[in-house]
Design a protein around this ligand. Structure first.
Ligand code: LZ1
Length: 494
C-alpha cells in the first residue's frame, strides 16, 4: 500500500511538472505579445472557443481583450486581428512583415508547404509571380477570359433550362460551370457536364472544403499532430485531397508526353516549360511537387469559392424577391434580352454590382482568411510579435465591422450604394484579403460572379418551393469556410 502511495505521488508530481513545462513553453517569449485568454496545457484555449462558429468566438474574445490578441489553438500560438483598423494596419501598412503564410492544417496534410497558396519565402514568391503572369497570358482579367466565361454561360443556360421549372439543388449546376472556367485555363479544356471524372473531382473539392467548415475541421486545426494518425472524418478529407492530387499528377504526365514548348496549351504546359528552362538553376522552385500542388491550388480555389458564393447568393435572392426584382429591372434596362451581358455593363449596373458586393460581404466565404505569419520580429501596436508567429486576419470581422457597415448582420445592398443609387466603394470590402498575399484570383472571381449572375437572371426568374419568410439565410457551417444551408431552387423562364 505504501509503495502504491509513493508511486502515485511520483506520478502526480511528474505529470504536474510536465504540464507546467508545456504551459511555460506555450507562453515562452510571450512578454511582449498581445494579451489573451489563459491557455491550458496541451489544450490551449480550446475550452474558450465554439468550434461550430469560430468567427463568432474570435469576435467575442476580442470584446474582452481588444482587436489584437493572442490565442492558443492547441499548441499553435496565433495572433488574432479583428476589425477593419487592426487588419488594415497589419496587412497593408506592414504588408512585408505580415506577408508570410500560416497553417491550414487540413490542406497542409497534402500541400506540406508546397504550391502557390500554402508556401512561404522564395518559393511562394516565385510561384505567385509565375501564376499571376501565366493566368494573365491566358486572358484572365481581359477579354479572353470574358469570352470563355460567356461560352460557359451558354452551357449553363442549357443545363438550367433542362430543369423545366422543377425544384433542384443548384450546387453542382453552379460548380460545374464555375470550375470549367478555371479548368480551361489550367487543363486547356472544359469538361463535359456529364463527365464522371469531373463530377468526382467536384465531389472531392466540395467535401474537403466542407470538412474545413465543420467543428471537426476546426478541432483538426488544433490537434493535427495527433489527429492525422487517428481515425475520424479527417481521413475522408485526406482521401479526397489525395484523389485530387492523383488526378493532377496524371494530367501533368499526359501534358509532358505531348509537350510543345513553342505552343503551350494551358497553365500546366507553361509550368513544364518553365521547369525545363530552369533545370540548371539550383534555386528554382519549378519542381514536380510545385507544379502539381500549384495547379491544384489554382483549380481548387477557382472552383469552390465562387460557386459557394453564387449558391449562397441565389438563396439570399429567394429570401428577398424584391432585390431579385430590382436586378431584373436593371438587366432589362441596361442589357435587354437580346444580347449576352458583358463586363462593360457592370459600371452601368450599380444596383447589381452592390448586390454582388453584398453577397460577398454577407456570405463571408473564408471568414478568417488564409492564416498569415510574420516573417520577422514585428513591432505592432506596442507589442512585439516574434518572427514566425501565425496571424489570423479575421476577414469576417472586417466584413461585419459595425464602424464600416450600418447594419452588418442584415443583408442590404444599400451597404454599397450612396443616396443617389450610385455604387459606393468600401475599404472594408476584403473578401479577397489584402496586402502581400491577397487573392490573385480576385479579378477572375469578380468577373465570374457578375457574368454568371446576370446571365442567370436575364433568362430566369427564381422561385422557391419554400415561402421566403421560412428561408434561413444564416450559415449552416462556419469554420475555415462558411457554407449556406442546402436548398431547392426552381427556375422559371422569363
Ligand atoms: C484558396 C481558397 C481556398 C482554399 C485554398 C486556396 N484561394 C480561396 N482562395
Amino acid at each position: 500500500m505504501e509503495l502504491l502511495g509513493a508511486v502515485t505521488l511520483v506520478l502526480v508530481i511528474g505529470l504536474s511538472c510536465l504540464l507546467l513545462l508545456s504551459s511555460w513553453r506555450q507562453r515562452r517569449g510571450a512578454g511582449k505579445m498581445p494579451p489573451g485568454p489563459l491557455p491550458l496545457p496541451l489544450l490551449g484555449n480550446l475550452l474558450q472557443v465554439d468550434l461550430t462558429n469560430m468567427r463568432k468566438s474570435l469576435l467575442e474574445i476580442s470584446e474582452r481583450y481588444g482587436p489584437v490578441y493572442t490565442l492558443h489553438l492547441g499548441p499553435r500560438r496565433v495572433v488574432v486581428l479583428c476589425g477593419y483598423r487592426a487588419v488594415k494596419e497589419a496587412l497593408l501598412d506592414q504588408a512585408e512583415d505580415f506577408g508570410g503564410r500560416g497553417i491550414q492544417a487540413t490542406f497542409d496534410w497534402l500541400f506540406r508547404g508546397y504550391g502557390v497558396a500554402f508556401s512561404n519565402g522564395e518559393r511562394a514568391k516565385q510561384l505567385r509571380r509565375f501564376s499571376i503572369t501565366t493566368l494573365r497570358n491566358f486572358g484572365v482579367g481581359k477579354r479572353g477570359i470574358e469570352e470563355r466565361i460567356l461560352e460557359e454561360v451558354h452551357f449553363l443556360q442549357e443545363a438550367l433550362r433542362g430543369t423545366k421549372g422543377l425544384p433542384f439543388d443548384p450546387t453542382y449546376f453552379l460548380s460545374r460551370s464555375v470550375s470549367n472556367v478555371i479548368s480551361s485555363v489550367v487543363f486547356g479544356d472544359r469538361f463535359d457536364y456529364e463527365d464522371k471524372e469531373f463530377l468526382s473531382l467536384l465531389y472531392m473539392i466540395t467535401e474537403s472544403f466542407r470538412f474545413t467548415a465543420t467543428a471537426w475541421g476546426q478541432l483538426y486545426e488544433m490537434f493535427s499532430g495527433t489527429m492525422c494518425y487517428l481515425p475520424g472524418p479527417q481521413r475522408e478529407a485526406f482521401k479526397q485531397l489525395a484523389g485530387l492530387e492523383q488526378f493532377i499528377e496524371r494530367k501533368v504526365k499526359a501534358n509532358l508526353e505531348s509537350l510543345d514548348p513553342s505552343a503551350p496549351r494551358d497553365f500546366i504546359d507553361c509550368f513544364l516549360t518553365k521547369m525545363q528552362q530552369e533545370q540548371e538553376n539550383p534555386a528554382s522552385e519549378f519542381s514536380l511537387k510545385n507544379i502539381v500542388l500549384t495547379t491544384l491550388s489554382v483549380f481548387f480555389a477557382g472552383t469552390e469559392t465562387v460557386s459557394t458564393t453564387l449558391r449562397y447568393g441565389l438563396l439570399i435572392l429567394l429570401k428577398h424577391p424584391e432585390i431579385e426584382e430590382k436586378i431584373h429591372e436593371e438587366i432589362d434596362r441596361v442589357i435587354g434580352r437580346n444580347r449576352a451581358p458583358s463586363m462593360e455593363d457592370r459600371s452601368h449596373m450599380p444596383y447589381t454590382d452592390a448586390v454582388i458586393h453584398e453577397f460577398q460581404r454577407f456570405c463571408d466565404v473564408i471568414p478568417m482568411g488564409l492564416a498569415r505569419r510574420v516573417i520577422r520580429d514585428t513591432p505592432f501596436r506596442g507589442y512585439i510579435i516574434p518572427k514566425g508567429t501565425e496571424v489570423y486576419p479575421v476577414l469576417g470581422s472586417v466584413l461585419y465591422d459595425p464602424s464600416q457597415f450600418s447594419a452588418p448582420e442584415t443583408f442590404d445592398p444599400g451597404h454599397f450604394l450612396d443616396g443617389n443609387g450610385h455604387f459606393k466603394k468600401s475599404d472594408a470590402f476584403v473578401p479577397f484579403s489584402i496586402g502581400k498575399r491577397y487573392c490573385f484570383g480576385e479579378m477572375l472571381a469578380r468577373m465570374e460572379l457578375f457574368l454568371f449572375l446576370t446571365s442567370i437572371l436575364q433568362h430566369f426568374r427564381l422561385r422557391s418551393p419554400v415561402a421566403p419568410q421560412d428561408i434561413d439565410i444564416s450559415p449552416k457551417l462556419v469554420g475555415f469556410a462558411t457554407l449556406p444551408r442546402s436548398y431547392q431552387l426552381c427556375l422559371v423562364p422569363r
